[in-house]
Design a protein around this ligand. Structure first.
Ligand code: ADP
Length: 833
């Protein structure tokens, strides 16, 4: 049965989910902070970058601790602490302060599962499955009970559909919980698939509404469901390629993200400073222009109202004279669009020619004010004229003397005010409003609006109360605005300039987005490169591993077990391995040969020991039988029998002596006892002895000796053994009818002994090994089955201990051989030391 989902559900850790979530949210916050867009984040905006950095650092540390499980657990705890801190703040400001139920549930669930996973009870287990089931159940409940609130979580915003979505969430969550508990892989797969689809729907729905952070969470949830559904087991990445990727990715992505974050923060703060400065300048220019306009208008009106000719005309009731003056105000000032003279009851005395408005103005607020006030020039609120034109008017009282009063009114059309292009109106959204009632006089290029100033819907009047300042606000769609404002001196007017930060910071956001793209690209390149480089290294290491596994078995043709190409450390390792393997092969071969020689020796030795024993035993039995039977042998036969017995015992003694000598020789216990002696006499004695025991060689054994005795300090017994061995060999390895020559020659620094035969000779390849213990040339084994290959080894030892040299020459098989021994007069006797 395919049981992967249950297996993986028990192992998959919430920490991976948390790290992915932290990276997504942190990256969005740090690199594209003004794309957050929703009013949900208004409490975060002032801290968006620090919070994003906290998310990034926390989740990156968690990730690193998970990627390097061998590191100190402290690193993981630092990461989790930073992450939990970031989530707590995020949760408080987006979920609790905005009373978002889903968020209020989701983040505590995540943090709870993250910390629970670390307790001893859940050691080695992952709670990602449990977490997803809990999220599904709580979301399901909320959506089913209260579908209206969650319409934005569905691509299709219909209430019944959202309710159904809730029901589906509930069903899938329950199925997942039961499936995991009862170990039912099929149920788990179905639930994970269903939840994956539901979360994908939520992701797209939130994406369509530009809620990036929400989108990030649900995208990570959807991906988690799909990963759990598709993966067969929790990957335990290992091997060279993975290690390379891990290192390369961290080394490339993290610095890019870090550098990008610093750069975009710096760029943004520089941009912000500039933006503030420019907005302040724009407001100042606008204010200065309005201030000038109002001042000029007031002083013009004041001058007119006090002008003696004007006052005289008014006193005289000279309407023509007055009209001339108001026309002058309208036309020549270049400032006013109309002017009137009203009498004390509000009735129009004269009106300037363009507007020709007349009538009673006593109901007008500005008229009331002007009547009440002293001799100040007053500025009215904006109002619609009877003809429907938006105006503000300046009023100035005209004192006629004797208590008589007229009112001079000059009107300024807002349309004209709005049309005037200013520094601010060209680059910003500008609002000019009257503080007394908040009505709008100008909005960027429009002057014919008499609504309430929109900025007052975003900011409280108190925050605009200062003579000038800066504030931040969110518009109706949750977009962040920067607001610069200033009051126009001596007027009830306030100028407000607003800039949408999202647009202003678009270049920084674009740069941030590019940084993220480049970091992702770097990660991808790290992946490709690590696979590429790693494959080569991994293949070579695998070849080495196979090489190690095959150590001890015979090497293939050519002897090279592992290919060593290139010049890096792996190549050095491979050639080192090849050398080692070759040494091991050689040693093994030598060992095998030694074992074969030993086996051969054992069988030969037992054969050699038995050979004299058989006739020895037979003779002894015969003698016993005869003595029991009381038979007496004739003296001749008796001597022959005893001589035969003696020879067999000699042979046995020699064999055992050889074996003992070799064993002494190998253990370093072979010693000499030197004393003055005559080598010529010894050679004579040895030849005599051998000759007497080999009557068939009569006359074929020749000895050449110098006249004078050859006296030196040598070990007589050992030299006897040496000569006997050489002469016996010469006889043994040559046909009976061939001669053997022994020559003893005096040399300037010692003596030389040659033993020469015309026997079977020695193959060229055997010459060098002839003196090693147990070695026998193959032609010797054919010619003479007995022999243990010990004699020559002992000979060499004897000669070398005397400080001499033994050599052999032979022209090849069948060509005879000659053994030459050179001895110094006085033995060096190193062994005696
Ligand atoms: P053994 O004679 O018992 O085999 P030795 O150590 O005396 O042992 O000799 C070693 C080998 O040297 C012999 O087996 C033989 O192959 C070779 N050898 C020794 N002497 C002669 C010789 N005179 N002619 C040819 N081969 C010889």
């Amino acid at each position: 049965m395919y049981s992967a989902p249950v297996g993986i559900l028990e192992r998959a850790r919430v920490e991976w989910f948390a790290a992915a979530f932290g990276l997504v949210v942190g990256t969005t916050m740090v690199f594209v902070p003004y794309e957050f867009g929703a009013a949900l984040f208004q409490h975060i905006y002032p801290h968006v970058r620090p919070l994003g950095s906290l998310f990034l650092v926390g989740s990156a540390t968690m990730l690193v601790a998970m990627l390097y499980p061998g590191w100190n657990a402290f690193v993981g705890w630092v990461g989790r602490a930073l992450f939990v801190g970031a989530v707590a703040f995020y949760w408080w400001s987006t979920a609790v302060l905005n009373s978002s139920l889903t968020g209020s549930i989701l983040y505590p669930l995540m943090v709870g599962a993250l910390l629970l996973e670390r307790t001893a009870r859940f050691q080695g287990r992952g709670l990602l499955g449990v977490f997803i089931a809990c999220v599904a159940l709580s979301f399901g409940g909320l959506m089913a009970l209260n579908p209206q609130t969650y319409q934005r979580f569905s691509l299709l915003e219909s209430v019944p559909l959202v309710r159904w979505m809730g029901v589906l969430f509930l069903a899938m969550g329950a199925l997942l919980a039961v499936g995991a508990w009862r170990q039912r892989p099929g149920a788990c797969r179905l639930a994970l698939g269903g939840l994956g689809v539901l979360f994908v729907n939520m992701t797209f729905a939130l994406g369509a509404r530009a809620s990036w952070a929400g989108m990030g969470v649900y995208a990570v949830l959807a991906v988690s469901c799909l990963v759990l559904l598709l993966l067969r087991r929790v990957p335990a990445p290992a091997g060279v390629r993975w290690r390379l990727f891990r290192g390369m990715a961290l080394a490339s992505v993290l610095p890019i993200l870090g550098l990008g974050a610093v750069t975009s923060t710096l760029a943004q703060s520089a941009l912000e400073v500039e933006l503030r400065e420019k907005a302040r300048q724009a407001v100042a220019a606008e204010t200065a222009w309005l201030d000038q306009t109002a001042t000029v208008a007031s002083s013009m009106l004041r001058a007119q109202s006090r002008d003696a000719a004007f006052v005289a005309a008014a006193r005289a009731g000279n309407r023509e004279g007055l009209r001339e003056r108001v026309d002058l105000l309208e036309n020549d000032s270049g400032l006013f669009d109309a002017a009137w003279v009203l009498d004390a009851t509000g009735e129009t005395l004269v009106a300037s020619s363009r507007l020709k408005r007349s009538g009673n103005f006593s109901d007008r607020e500005y008229f009331q004010q002007a009547l009440k006030g002293g001799d100040e020039v007053l500025l009215s609120r904006p109002f619609l004229t009877r003809a429907g034109l938006p105006f503000v008017v300046f009023t100035a009282p005209v004192d006629l003397g004797g208590g008589g009063r007229l009112i001079l009114v000059a009107g300024l059309s807002l349309q004209r005010l709005g049309l005037h292009p200013t520094l601010a109106s060209r680059s910003y959204h500008v609002e000019l409003f009257d503080r007394r009632d908040g009505s709008l006089l100008r909005e960027t290029n429009r002057g014919d609006v008499l609504t309430r100033a929109p900025v007052l819907g975003l900011l409280s009047p108190e925050s605009l109360a200062a003579p000038e300042g800066m504030a931040e606000a969110f518009d109706a769609r949750g977009r962040r605005l920067m607001v610069a404002h200033a009051q126009v001196t001596d007027t009830p007017w306030t100028v407000v300039v607003t800039a949408r930060l999202r647009e202003a910071f678009a270049p920084v956001t674009r740069m941030g987005a590019w940084v993220v793209v480049i970091a992702a690209l770097a990660g991808a390149i790290a992946l490709v490169l690590s696979q590429w480089v790693g494959r080569d290294v991994a293949q070579r290491l695998e070849a080495l591993r196979d090489g190690f596994a095959s150590l001890g078995t015979p090497a293939l043709e050519g002897g090279q077990r592992v290919q060593a190409r290139g010049d890096d450390e792996v190549t050095q390792l491979a050639s080192g391995f090849n050398d080692m393997a070759a040494r091991i092969d050689r040693t093994q071969k030598e060992l095998r040969e030694a074992i074969a020689i030993r086996d051969q020796f054992l069988s030969m030795a037992s054969h050699e020991l038995r050979t004299p024993l058989t006739p020895l035993k037979a003779t002894l039995e015969l003698l016993i039988r005869q003595s029991e039977a009381g038979q007496e042998l004739n003296p001749e036969r008796k001597r022959a029998t005893f001589a035969r017995l003696n020879r067999q015992v000699d042979r046995l003694t020699r064999l055992i002596g050889d074996m003992l000598d070799v064993s002494r020789l190998q253990s370093g216990r072979f010693t000499l006892t030197v004393a003055p002696m005559d080598l010529g006499a010894l050679a004579h004695e040895v030849v005599e002895r051998i000759q007497s025991s080999r009557p068939e060689r009569q006359g074929l054994l020749s000895l050449e000796l110098p006249q004078a005795p050859l006296v030196g300090r040598w070990d007589e017994q050992r030299l006897d053994q040496l000569l006997t061995n050489l002469v016996e060999n010469a006889l043994r390895y040559s046909p009976p009818e061939t001669p053997v020559r022994i020559r003893v020659v005096e040399e300037p620094d010692g003596v030389r002994v040659d033993v020469e035969d015309r026997g079977i000779g020695i193959p060229r390849e055997s010459l060098s090994q002839l003196f090693t213990p147990f070695y026998r040339a193959h032609n010797a084994t054919e010619h003479y089955a007995g022999g243990l290959g010990l004699g020559l080894a002992i000979c060499r030892e004897i000669v070398e201990r005397h400080g001499g040299l033994i050599q052999v020459t032979s022209a090849g098989p069948g060509q005879g051989s000659c053994f030459t021994v050179r001895l110094p007069r006085a033995a060096v006797v190193e062994a005696a030391a």
